[in-house]
Design a protein around this ligand. Sequence first.
Ligand code: B12
Ligand code: SF4
Length: 528
Amino acid sequence: MKILLYNPDNGVTRNFMPHLWMFLLQALTPTGHEVLLVDGNAQPMDEVGIAQFVRDNNIGLVGIGAMTRMVAKAYRMADAVRTTGVPVVMGGPHVTEMADEALGRDGGPRHADAVALGEADATWPRIVEDAARGQLKEVYAPVDAFGQESKPSLKEYPVIPWQSIDLKQFNLVPKAATGLLQKIGEGWGTFRIVPVESGRGCPYGCEFCTVTGFFGDSIRFRTNESVVNELLLLKARARTEKGQIAVFFIDDNFAINIKRTKSLLRDIIAAKAQVHWVAQISANLLRDEELVDLIAASGGKWIFIGMESIDPANLKDMNKGFNKPGEYATVLERLAARNVYAITSFIFGMDNDTVGAAERTLEQVRTWPPGLPIFGLLTPLPATPLYKRLEKAGRLTRPKHWQEFIPFAMAHTPLKMTIEEAHAEVKHGWEQAYSPEALAHAVESLSDRPLGYRVNIFLSRLCFRGIYFPMMGKMAWIRVIAQNRRTIFKLVREGFKKGAWRGAPARILSSPVPQVETGEAIVQGAEG
Ligand code: B12
Ligand code: SF4
């Protein structure tokens, strides 16, 4: 049987990275079936397109996964597939919580023939075999022989065959430039950001987050060996195609167990498996100097920190009191000293936010080393404690906000400002932090570093903005490039100067890379 795994885009913005679930399910598919992958972010497709694709390729089963904000598109695409007579199975965080909606058991239209609840590592092979026999069930739940919910341990993690997966659609280098760029240094003919997980689960239960409910509060890790081998495979692939691969460790908090993270990073260094990587780590864990040394030495370049707010009252409300705004600056400087920078994520529209929250946040951001600040609105995702609290209080203005995805629009009324005021805060945050002046300033603040760091911060800012703002079209890109032409010319001019690409090296490790520690694992914090 031929299977299509499809991940929708949200129709407005574009993710730079493919989704892990597609590669994982492909690797877990029983032999004898062929799996094709289409990510709508990389290969845009509409309803007519997917139905045609299914017919042309003689597909026998379509699997669709979606976050809440992509689910309306996912349902439309599922409907289009079902008109061809091919069954659709849906999975992922949204349909796990809203299975009746997907199956049309809530009074609405039916979109899926079957849903996979929760983590589908164990249920996927059963789904495929049932579909091949024409005996697809409606609901697949991950349960053990006694009917109890069971979660994969991750100790037996499948090998994702990175050496042979077709990754054409995920190349971020424009086709026209590939030939030329292959010849630069070790080669830049392709550039891909690839998701890798080293563990799952987060015990923190922040009020707005789905992770604790979905993955559970028991944290599970892959073996160091399996992660290192995966990095080695990716590195080898990049070398053979004269390109670059960077890894996004998608764990909700990559350093949730510091001892284990240090041991993994040491193993990566020892095996020479370093690639450039990004990971989510909470600020409290970055107090550990040795951890930060190992991050830099193992290839860590960007750390995503869910700061959420600079107001401790908001953090307390969200059950995220372990974030201490007073230490944000020190943490970011500690990273920057090793040429590691941060993606700092903020949420507006929290109950203690008042008008001016964005500007107050920006005042702090401007005093920090340059990074990638991102701004969002507090969103009640289905089944989260936040959703339940707001629903009970009658504060939801669009209880089924996912049925119509509107970027940057609240679905409830904050306590100390209006919805429109909250929208204005987010707009202000993005406009100011990504204005041509702010970009020029970020580049300038790294004038003592090699040119590569300045180019990196500039390109990262442009691309990262694209995940949240409509930049899918050529015109949108041209506009952004025109607005930032001064900085671009300056960087290009400098590129031709002698020695421009050399300069201050990354900070030397404060101590030699220490040996792997043993002992009790301590869970210390989480991110998301
Ligand atoms: C990496 C990541 C991103 C990446 C992009 C996604 C990507 N390309 O991977 C970035 C950083 C860009 C991102 C952005 C956002 N993200 Co995000 N992200 C994640 C993260 C950390 C990891 C996803 C992952 O790969 N998990 C590991 C895989 C194995 O798990 P999985 O995807 O759930 O898949 C398993 C099952 O769900 C199931 N499954 C999934 N799909 C399917 C399909 C089928 C057919 C079947 C059978 C099974 C199945 O099987 C898989 C194996 O068990 C998750 C949190 C998490 N730990 O999952 C949040 C998460 C997915 N993100 C979330 C959110 C809210 C966002 C943002 C909206 C945040 C914001 N406010 O800006 C944006 C949206 C961006 C956009 N373009 O619209 C929420 C989604 C919740 C929801 N109900 O929708 C999550 C769960 C985190 C949270 N805080 O609650 N994100
Ligand atoms: S720490 Fe991050 S992943 Fe964990 S519950 Fe909070 S937001 Fe979610």
